[in-house]
Design a protein around this ligand. Structure first.
Ligand SMILES: NC(=O)c1ccc[n+]([C@@H]2O[C@H](COP(=O)([O-])OP(=O)(O)OC[C@H]3O[C@@H](n4cnc5c(N)ncnc54)[C@H](O)[C@@H]3O)[C@@H](O)[C@H]2O)c1
Length: 538
């Protein structure tokens, strides 16, 4: 009874009190007679190929309670494999944001949260991480179902990382401290690091749970309270995770989740006068909007994690087979829907032809299909809008005379699957080399020498990440210092440990998340100056 069990687990987890706050109901039945929690990862993947449940409705989580939207409205959320509705979700707007911010304010000003010791806060984060591990299969299934990413990838990589992130921040909670500052004069000067207050957080749909962790982890570790707005495409797993947080002992009002749309709920959060800090992840265009909203309201500090068009540079001394594999991973991982995707593959002219042939062969072998099937590498794109956008970029690549090596079309007639697509002979001024496509489209460009590739790799408005593939330490050192990007991966890509800071140069963002840097986003620094001896004027 994999599917039925999944349904009841979600129901328990997402609803709180009584039938009024109901979340799920079962549709058809196709039971297999076992509990999901006893399955191996692989068998869950196989058994959930067509999850025979229907989630009918989910609410927002405000002040520890699942509640309807103030307007009574809701909106559908979809299964990208089919385009069919999974569930309806309470549609939060400005009024729901007001309620959530009021709850977070009260929890920060009066609730038990600010009075807890850092050690107690850290224990709640650790208990949450344990619950993530216990609920890995359910969370991964829901993430995969709502987002389209391969279930195995969610269960085996993202969920362990989710637990790891919260354990990492739990470790910081009781190690946040100020400094004693040497200052001129007879003064004792110390800095206190205090929580900033109510944190507003807006996340995208490409890694719903990991984006939740990057934002909520440091905010809570530092003692803040949170209002998080999920992406309208993927509202389900953050609600589930927040419910687990309450099971872990988080007091009501400390973490509030509002589902809703950007121009309504998102804008209300960004411009709210009682939000003390805004952390946003999404596109560069929306980043500019929220920065302006924050500035025009109460000048709240803003962290922005935005888009990218990252170069992946394959030098002439590279092992070509390994370079092809890594470049493939750098671009196609998560259906190409990564902010840091290595979407401009620069290859040295001496190995260019062989690299193209092998890249084409690798992309042609890529396993695309139902994300719940074992061995699937690529699921569908998130929704119709992204699907159409990616296909438009593919057409633009063809029209601008890049060479289409493979792919180039949708896959199947249902859902949002796109063939892994490789273009060669791409020029820097083509749209497919300049814009963030956010899909499974690899653009391969030829370069002459290191100076040539440095200049061209840096010719972009973005600066999120870069990949370098070489056997030469000298070349690696030259490139890592010359490339203008927040992360440089040398002979690796997408390495995302909790301790590694992440963020962008240029229009890829402001500030850093993860690692020690993420704590600075959620702390105020207070300088306390005390005379060492009685001042003459006293
Ligand atoms: N740098 C990073 O760490 C990182 C990580 C993941 C995704 N991204 C970027 O995110 C983008 C893809 O995500 P997306 O399509 O969800 O981006 P998006 O900008 O459309 O939406 C992101 C979030 O902003 C909200 N939003 C939209 N309009 C708003 C408004 N007017 N006011 C307030 N909030 C608003 C959305 O509802 C969503 O929650 C890509 O550009 C990708 O590169 C960056």
């Amino acid at each position: 009874m994999a599917a039925r069990r999944l349904s009841s687990l979600l129901s328990r987890s997402l609803s709180v009190s009584g039938s009024a706050s109901l979340l799920l109901s079962r549709g058809t039945t196709s039971c297999h007679g076992r509990s999901i929690s006893r399955f191996s990862t692989a068998s869950v993947a196989e058994e959930l190929i067509t999850p025979p449940v229907q989630i009918t409705y989910t609410q927002n989580l405000i002040n520890g309670q699942f509640v309807d939207a103030a307007s009574g409205k809701n909106f559908p959320t979809y299964d990208p494999r089919t385009g069919e509705v999974i569930a309806h979700v309470a549609e939060g707007d400005a009024e729901d944001i007001n309620r959530a911010v009021a709850a977070a304010r009260k929890a920060f000003d009066e609730g038990p949260w600010p009075k807890m010791t850092a050690y107690e806060r850290s224990r709640i984060l650790l208990r949450f991480a344990d619950l993530v591990e216990k609920n890995t299969e359910e969370l991964a299934a829901l993430e995969s179902w709502n987002n389209g990413k391969p279930y195995e990838q969610a269960a085996q990589a993202e969920l362990p990382m989710l637990a790891r992130l919260f354990r990492y921040y739990a470790g910081w909670a009781d190690k946040i401290h100020g400094l004693t500052v040497p200052a001129d004069g007879d003064y004792h000067v110390q800095t206190l690091h205090e929580p900033i207050g109510v944190a507003g957080q807006i996340i995208p749909w490409n890694f719903p749970l990991l984006m939740f962790a990057w934002k909520v982890g440091p905010a809570l570790a530092c003692g803040n309270t949170v209002v998080l707005k999920t992406a309208e495409q993927t509202p389900l797993t953050a609600l589930y995770a927040a419910k687990l947080f309450h099971e872990a002992g988080l007091p009501p009002g400390v973490l509030n989740i509002v589902s809703g749309f950007g121009p309504t709920a998102g804008a209300a959060l960004a411009s709210h006068m009682d939000v003390d800090k805004l952390a946003f992840t999404g596109s560069t265009d929306t980043g500019k909007i929220v920065l302006e909203l924050a500035a025009r309201s109460n000048l709240k500090p803003v962290t922005l994690e935005l888009g990218g068009k990252s170069p992946f540079i394959v030098c002439e001394d590279a092992d070509i087979d390994r370079a092809v594999e890594l470049a493939h991973f750098a671009l196609f991982f998560n259906q190409g829907q990564c902010c840091c995707a290595g979407s401009r593959t620069y290859v040295h002219e001496r190995i260019y032809d062989e690299f193209i042939e092998k890249s084409k062969a690798r992309a042609t072998r890529r396993v695309v299909g139902d994300p719940f099937k074992k061995g699937v590498e690529q699921g569908p794109q998130i929704d119709a809008e992204q699907f159409d956008k990616v296909l438009r970029y593919i057409r633009s690549g063809i029209q601008s005379n890049a060479t289409l090596e493979c792919g180039g079309d949708r896959l199947g007639s249902k859902g949002y699957f796109i063939q892994p697509t490789v273009f060669s002979n791409v020029q820097d001024d083509m749209l497919i080399a300049k814009d963030e496509i956010f899909g499974p489209v690899q653009s391969i460009l030829k370069f002459k020498d290191i100076d040539d590739v440095i200049r061209r790799a840096n010719t972009t408005r973005y600066g999120l990440a870069a990949g370098v593939f070489t056997r030469s330490l000298d070349t690696a050192n030259t490139l890592t210092r010359a490339l203008r990007a927040g992360t440089i991966w040398v002979n690796c890509f997408d390495v995302f440990d909790a301790a590694i800071p992440f963020g962008g140069y240029k229009m890829s963002g402001i500030g850093r998340e993860k690692g020690i840097y993420s704590l600075h986003n959620y702390l105020q620094v207070k300088a306390v100056v005390t005379p060492l001896k009685k001042a003459a004027w006293l």
